[in-house]
Design a protein around this ligand. Structure first.
Ligand code: PMP
Length: 293
């Protein structure tokens, strides 16, 4: 992720990643009380572009506000600093990671103050390019009454790490997590869509991270006149689907091969997911939307 040359943005300054320090007595390190974002920059025909930069920094701000972490930054300035991080590191296709972490305080109280880090690294498709074999996780998503589930909080990712590790140990590529009522929720770092009878379905918000890619896919469905229903769905609905995919900033759009070892019947290249994947790639690369029939 970094080497001697890597430069990061830390509290208004550009410093070498290997020289930057943080203190050991903060609530983020000890309790997971911090928030972060995951953003992608693409080398488009019009130069390097940070995709949905405003949406990501708005979510960073909202995540902070939801969990009482002060956010006193200017979003346009953070976007500018993001472009500088990419520029000084000469990154063109990269993943950007802003993190807000707390100043020294060992109490279970509001933070004394915060720091902001923006780092970046070159990262290929997070879940690879091959269709995925997925399984239901024995871990469910955190109950929305136990935390602010719609905030992108550091500590929430223990749940994601446990689910991913379990799925991989069982020989699957990725986990699908249910909510505490047993309805389909999302992947450990992505949102879920499935296709049935020429229509698309996705779990409604409330128990999931409302993904920015998910919102982009919803918008693309409108543009491409794909019928989409947001609702509460059961694992059986996924088992009986014609096709399915996961989507997220890091994963982009990636199709599923099988669910609990049962293959989806539709050839991926003929699915709505494939059509959306092509449209998404064109969008992030700022290419004209192609007709993809
Ligand atoms: N759900 C979870 C739990 C995630 O971590 C992510 C990745 N941020 C997503 C969904 C997808 O969100 P986005 O499209 O904003 O990256």
């Amino acid at each position: 992720y970094f080497n001697e040359q890597t430069t990061i943005y830390l509290n208004g300054e550009f410093v070498k990643a290997t020289k930057a320090t943080t203190d050991l007595y903060g609530q983020t390190l000890h309790y997971g009380y911090g928030v972060f974002e995951g953003i992608r920059a693409y080398n488009t025909e019009n130069g390097v572009r940070v995709f949905k930069a405003t949406e990501h920094y708005e979510r960073l701000k909202n995540s902070c506000q939801m969990i009482n972490i002060p956010f006193d930054y200017d979003i346009d300035d953070l976007i500018e600093q993001t472009y500088k991080v990419l520029e000084v590191n000469n990154f063109k296709d990269a993943y950007v990671r802003p993190l807000i972490f707390c100043s020294p305080n060992m109490g279970l109280t509001k933070p004394n103050g915060v720091s902001i880090l923006i780092c970046a690294w070159e990262w290929g498709a997070y879940l690879g390019d091959n269709l995925l074999n997925v399984t239901i996780s024995s871990f469910c998503r955190p109950h929305p009454k136990s935390t602010k589930i719609e905030a992108k909080v550091c500590g929430h990712y223990i749940n994601s790490i446990l689910a991913t590790t379990e799925a991989k140990e069982k020989g699957f590529d990725e986990a699908i997590l249910l909510d505490t009522d047993g309805f389909l929720a999302e992947g450990p770092g992505s949102n879920l869509f499935f296709e049935k009878g020429g229509k698309l379905f996705t779990p409604k918000t409330g128990n999931i991270l409302p993904g920015i890619t998910r919102a982009t896919v919803i918008k693309l469905c409108q543009d491409l006149e794909i019928e989409l229903t947001e609702g509460a769905f059961l694992p059986e609905d996924l088992a009986n689907a014609d096709a399915a995919f996961l989507c997220g900033t890091a994963a982009e759009i990636i199709g599923l091969q099988s669910f609990e070892k049962k293959s989806f019947p539709k050839n991926w290249n003929e699915t709505l997911g494939k059509k959306l994947q092509t449209a998404y790639k064109n969008l992030v690369l700022e290419k004209e939307l192609q007709e993809t029939n």
